[in-house]
Write a new protein. Structure first.
Length: 312
């Protein structure tokens, strides 16, 4: 069933009502459900593959990018939310802007958080944009700012932006078939030329730092462990497992046919790479699934390394 188009009148009729929400609190004197703790820090670092020693030991700090994690309410939510956010959504829903998508976030870090810190926060509806037209549809961007404190001191600020919109009208049925779109070409430069030379020979090459022995992928001009610019390359065995994955449904891109799985594969050598999974339906891909290197001929000019799974 097609979604109803916005029932609002001219923009000047709705927008002043939306702007009245700017500055209204979305949460006041909120409290984190758990203090900053080593267990959550460890889970975060393992998921991100971040082995920075600053996040372990007696003088550990929390990764700055965890700022929002300490404020999340989980499935039960927070009891200290105000009604402003729900009232704003009701107004936008009533005007026909019933779909929502998160667009971006910004974080500013002022002081490090440490295990044992008790977290408090305040959130405010910072801005509501005039009506905007995007490829998804027409709607309004809503930005919420959250100030995160530890021991009463401002530790950081998190801004989160969503788009409440009415989906664009569906395109008319296609006319005559258009030529198949080509996949975007990879950027090949002096830093990764050796990798693509290996792909042409059906070899998956990993950089090896000759200074400290660390393997790295993707290719970089210097070692991210010791900073040495000296390296050679080793050939990957080709075995791996799915470390994480997403299924892409929207938005569609030319030359791609959603839904399809994009995975972070951990190679037997210990490095990880983003790749497509072939050989199994997208909804059969699972974390921990063993996969094997393959090379996919995309068109007459481009061949890519992918990994093939098995349902067996």
């Amino acid at each position: 069933m097609d979604r109803e188009r916005p029932r609002e009148g001219p923009e000047q009729d709705l927008y002043p009502l939306l702007r009245e929400f700017e500055g209204r609190p979305a949460a006041t004197a909120g409290r984190g459900k758990d203090p900053v703790n080593p267990t959550m820090i460890r889970h975060w670092c393992e998921a991100m593959g971040d082995a920075n020693p600053a996040y372990t030991g007696p003088a550990a700090i929390a990764p700055p990018t965890m700022l929002q994690a300490w404020t999340m309410g989980g499935l039960s939510g927070h009891a200290d939310r105000s009604s402003a956010y729900e009232e704003l959504f009701d107004l936008l829903d009533g005007a026909g802007f019933r779909s929502v998508v998160a667009t971006d976030c910004e974080q500013e870090y002022l002081h490090p958080l440490r295990p044992g810190d008790e977290i408090t926060f305040d959130a405010v509806i910072e801005s509501v944009s005039p009506r905007k037209t995007t490829k998804l549809g027409t709607g309004h961007f809503v930005t919420t700012r959250m100030d995160v404190r530890a021991g009463g001191r401002l530790a950081g600020t998190h801004r989160f932006r969503i788009l409440k919109y009415a989906p664009a009208a569906r395109p008319a049925p296609p006319g005559p078939a258009k030529p198949a779109a080509r996949r975007p070409r990879p950027v090949v430069n002096r830093d990764n030329q050796g990798f693509w030379d290996g792909v042409r020979e059906h070899r998956l090459l990993i950089q090896h730092c000759t200074g400290c022995g660390t393997l790295r992928f993707p290719w970089l001009p210097g070692c991210n462990a010791c900073g040495s610019p000296d390296w050679d390359a080793v050939e990957a065995e080709g075995a791996g497992t799915v470390f994480s994955y997403v299924v892409m449904h929207h938005p569609p891109f030319p030359a791609f046919d959603p839904p399809y799985a994009v995975a972070l594969v951990e190679l037997a050598e210990g490095v990880r790479m983003i790749t497509n999974i072939t050989g199994v339906p997208y909804d059969k891909v699972r974390i921990g699934m063993p996969v094997r290197l393959a090379f996919l001929r995309v068109d007459e000019e481009l061949e890519l390394p992918v990994f093939r799974g098995s349902e067996g």
